[in-house]
Design a binder for this molecule. Structure first.
Ligand SMILES: Nc1ncnc2c1ncn2[C@@H]1O[C@H](COP(=O)(O)OP(=O)(O)O)[C@@H](O)[C@H]1O
Ligand SMILES: [Mg+2]
Length: 241
């Protein structure tokens, strides 16, 4: 059975889609069977970040029986499989139908990532019903930290058993020393969820849609997170940031 992982945040623009693409690529390179689902209906971007082609069908088409799973999935050599987002939601999008979709997908993957829109709403509630785990993405500033904590408490209210882990993205050590960003401890204290990774501020991240490689430092950060997702015990080393 696949582990279903919801990627979510309080504020937008903190790097959910970037993080989803980079972690799922890292797991794919390690030989895992990975599917990425873009759940950001209307504002999709994960196809660009993954470098997969423009999909004709999306997961809501599968739910509404306009096409089957294989027909909607983009399969690209060396990349995670991908299901595109619809441009909007309709009556077909409900908990029962989504559970059926995931039952069809379950046996084919080790990990299914769901890249969600910012904040918390009905879409998150319905997707969180089918997820075992969640990755909460925040940047190291007070606004994003407070909204991350709010989003996590809403998720836990809906799905009390879900395992939530925190990723701090765009961390800049020199800024944190100078007071321009929060320190890692302050972010963890503010969000109150277990930390599973810190991703540095890195200009190569913006080049992912062009297919450019990430810097060694950024790639290493994602590889550490993906190993932790598979259950490996990777020691946290602040010097690596
Ligand atoms: N660690 C990082 N370093 C530098 N830029 C980043 C980093 N993570 C994300 N970005 C940039 O931030 C912007 C928003 O990222 P995105 O993944 O679209 O956020 P979200 O999905 O949360 O809205 C993108 O332009 C992306 O390239
Ligand atoms: Mg996004």
């Amino acid at each position: 059975m696949a582990e279903k992982i919801l990627v979510f945040s309080g504020k937008g623009g903190v790097g959910k889609s970037t993080v989803t693409a980079a972690i799922s690529k890292s797991l794919s390179s390690a030989g895992k069977r990975v599917l990425c689902i873009d759940a950001d209906a209307g504002f999709k971007s994960l196809d660009l970040m993954l470098g997969v082609g423009n999909a004709v069908y999306n997961w809501l088409d599968v739910i509404n029986k306009r096409c089957d799973c294989a027909g909607a999935t983009a399969f690209s050599e060396g990349l995670p499989d991908f299901l595109s987002a619809p441009s909007g939601l309709d009556d077909g999008f409900n908990s029962e139908n989504l559970k059926e979709l995931f039952e069809q997908l379950d046996g084919s993957y080790d990990y299914i990532f769901i890249d969600s829109p910012a904040g918390w709403g009905e879409l998150h509630e319905i997707f969180s019903d089918v997820c075992d785990r969640a990755l909460l993405v925040t940047t190291a500033d007070n606004i994003c930290v407070r909204s991350a904590e709010t989003a996590a408490s809403k998720l836990r209210k809906r799905n009390p058993l879900i395992d939530i882990k925190l990723i701090i993205n765009r961390f800049d050590k020199s800024q944190a020393i100078r007071g321009g960003q929060l320190k890692l401890d302050d972010v963890v204290d503010g969000v109150r969820e277990g930390l599973t990774g810190v991703v540095p501020e890195d200009r190569t991240m913006g080049k992912m849609p062009e297919g450019d490689m990430l810097s060694f430092k950024a790639q290493a950060a994602f590889d550490r997170i993906s190993k932790r997702i598979t259950g490996q015990d990777v020691v946290f080393n602040p010097k690596a940031l």
